[in-house]
Design a protein around this ligand. Sequence first.
Ligand SMILES: Cc1cc2nc3c(=O)[nH]c(=O)nc-3n(C[C@H](O)[C@H](O)[C@H](O)COP(=O)(O)OP(=O)(O)OC[C@H]3O[C@@H](n4cnc5c(N)ncnc54)[C@H](O)[C@@H]3O)c2cc1C
Length: 474
Amino acid sequence: MASHPELTDDFTQQLYRDVKLSGACAGRALARNTALSRISLFGRKELMKLLKLPPRLAGLSTAGFPESCWLSPNGRPYSSGVPSGDHLLYTARHFALRASLGKIIDKEINPFVDKWEEEGQFPAHQVFKTLGKAGFLGIDKPTEYGGLGLDFSYSAAVAEELGRCRCGSIPMAVGMQTNMTTPSLTRFGSDELKKEFLAPTIAGDFVACLGVSETGAGSDAASIKTTAVRKDDDYVINGGKMWVTSGFQADWMCLLANTNDGPPHKNKSLLCLPMKLPGVHIAKKINKLGMRSSDTAEIFFEDVRIPRKYLIGEEGMGFIYQMLQFQEERMWGVATSLVCLERVMEETIDYTSQRKAFDKPLLHNQAVHFRLAELATEVELLRALLYEAVGLYIRGNDVTKLVSMAKLKAGRLSRELPDSCLQFWGGMGYTNEVLVSRMYRDLRLLSIGGGADEIMLNIICKHMDILPKKNQKG
Ligand SMILES: Cc1cc2nc3c(=O)[nH]c(=O)nc-3n(C[C@H](O)[C@H](O)[C@H](O)COP(=O)(O)OP(=O)(O)OC[C@H]3O[C@@H](n4cnc5c(N)ncnc54)[C@H](O)[C@@H]3O)c2cc1C
């Protein structure tokens, strides 16, 4: 059984393992027992019909391969139609879900992406309402809060499809809403808290953001300085958060703060923090290399009061909850990168087959088509690794090592592939007119955000038991 490398003592390691298992089992049990017939939103009902889901989700598991589907070997039809044949993880339902989302992306998102990139922000409330109405913000969330009650493999399918957006910002912000801010709230939050924060987030009425990183603490999340101190029936919050995705538009933040003076892995809690409270100061919108239609904020807190009931789960468990939450964040990031990378390749193939140099299409040079074949192979390897991690995760396994490997590989490939493709576009690749240059910038984040490559390497080494122990000599 794996442990987390950032947890230094045996007690906390054990706690992490226990919480991980109980959380995964609870999530699965919830999915099994929830009644789909309670879903009332029109868009969601349509989706249910499309998916032909039974009235109860008894034993629903994507581990069941019987309704398997065919995946085209050339990779292009992943997102269109419902294929037939065999697929390792996805059933016809997964493909139906993807096809339905694909239509929304084509109609409601892609035509406006260039404008939103120029403006430095996409309208999160508008886009999320559209996605929420159609059921896409609560895929793996319980039906009593408006979710679809499906398992995480369906979220992975949705994340893959979101890779068809012509920017990285929107898949990232949707993931923030669905699998980066809400997994802990769903697993450990009280019913009251879920009604107040989870249900409107699933409906697309609230925009959610995550407050973990600070100016002085990113990779080393245990060293954050923001405090939430108990005073009567309230917590009083002071400090600040950095790099807050959707920070300008968010209605609430899933906040990691120190709630006592104990050791760094036992003194933290996760809290739901409404953003429109006195003392919440949004300092500035950060001007970034990429992800330009995502608003990224630096935020300060000055004596912000929230009721104690806004605590998620148990006090002192925040670091462990956040480490669990990171697993879904990382799988989401990997899944969204796959189709983005494939689209960059597809457009490069189209361009190089039309563009001629020395009397032949660029694509006819072996250096070009061999390189593209090499990269396509890498994408498929990454996809296989992701599917293995997701398949094991939905069966309640600890997938920290596989997820870290997939995140590391996705980060590396997201630098390598757009760079190689951009080269084949020549001067055109260096303009802002083409997808390849946007993805070159946007996907660079994967090696940094949600745990940098080096942090993934650390976790993998820990699982391989090759990380030098503290004070180890020789
Ligand atoms: C666009 C964007 C959006 C983001 N959104 C959010 C958000 O919504 N919420 C949130 O909480 N955070 C968010 N982040 C923060 C992100 O998670 C951090 O940037 C990331 O964790 C790295 O932290 P850092 O920037 O402080 O880098 P540092 O911790 O200063 O690390 C800098 C570099 O040092 C190296 N390094 C670090 N530790 C080690 C080590 N142990 N061994 C070897 N090398 C090491 C790595 O190469 C790393 O990239 C976002 C960041 C960006 C850029």
